[in-house]
Design a protein around this ligand. Sequence first.
Ligand code: AMP
Ligand code: GLY
Length: 421
Amino acid sequence: MKIMVIGGGGREHAIIKKLKESEKVTKIYALPGNGGIAADAECVNIGATDIPKIVEFAKTNNIEFAVVAPDDPLVLGAVDALEEIGIPCFGPRANAAVIEGSKVFSKDLMKKFGIPTAKYEVFDDINKALEYIKTAPIPTVIKADGLALGKGVIIAETREDAEAAVKSMMQDKIFGESGSRIVIEEFLTGPEVSVLSFTDGKTVVPMVSSMDHKRALDGDKGLNTGGMGTVAPNPYYTEEVAKECMEKIFLPTINAMSELGRPFKGCLYFGLMITPNGAKVIEYNCRFGDPETQVVLPLLESDLFEIMQAVREERLSEVEVKFADSNACCVVLASKGYPKSYEKGFEITIGELADNADFYIAGAKLEDGKLLTNGGRVLNVVAKADTLEQAIKDAYKATESITFENAYCRKDIGQKALAVN
Ligand code: AMP
Ligand code: GLY
């Protein structure tokens, strides 16, 4: 089968490497891919949100299956456009991707169907929002309604900060039109767990759980980033919590979306907080998480392509989805300065890695046969092992075989999880 994967980061590289293991997959195109992905797929210089060009490429190249990985093409309707010309896709249609595309939609969905989440209010009038802030419990959480490159959440520790956050979103439009409408919600506490799931709208199969490390610096200090590392499984996701989540969150969400005529097919990501009052939804993503995918898919023992086909054909309940009873750790190698300004264009050298280690390229380009850094998060180094401790050690060991000038990584990925065990 000739397939194409839309997107071009570390997550897409992990998806592509896994799809390559399938006997059914004979050719993979990546749109746009990146200089590192080029070793595993044919990269085509078409942007992930350029839907007319994506459709045209699929038609002229007889693509037989498409995987749409990033949030923006999903929210913009890439799957609808491809399915319309008869190309089967893995990924939700726009009317279901709205679960990530609009925070107001997802909060209202949870309220209507009794799915546990933080209490909230919605505002499209700045004066009403500022009035509300005057008596809101502090800290408070302020979220832009629309997509904001994962940055649309501000946790305000003081009333002044909350006021400034509302003004920055609604008046200064720091997230553009995404901030015209905002959600102000209750601040929750507890460990966070990411659970990606496969769902065909009827059946939901959670993948192995994971833990993200969003802050730039050790000890969860510094700015929020797209993610500096992950481990799987997440020790806070016990069997008991998993059962509670399935009953109160996963199934009710899938059923609610189908009931609303928005069946969700693809990967639904549950960002959860295990609060003293039970598991609650912090956010939904309509796609594989990055860098969660980089620890989850290496533990998948079943054929990813077969699962994706089964999701598309609504027969997920008939296929096996098996994960290794093992552990994985992903360390993100970033450009020094990320998530603020950083330099690009340094050569990346990749030496021999141990059998239990692998890497995924997130931000690099090929120039005259050389792989050069081309983004904040440059690459992901992943190791698998029987224990979490060993997986962490081996992932850090593998980072020693990969060099580029100005490389930076957190040194404490997984330590929080280890402390739980
Ligand atoms: P997001 O950008 O939606 O992934 O949110 C970023 C981070 O903000 C989450 O990973 C949480 O750590 C935090 N967060 C979001 N909502 C809340 C909340 N209601 N209470 C506490 N922390 C939150
Ligand atoms: N790692 C969180 C996300 O993909 O949004």
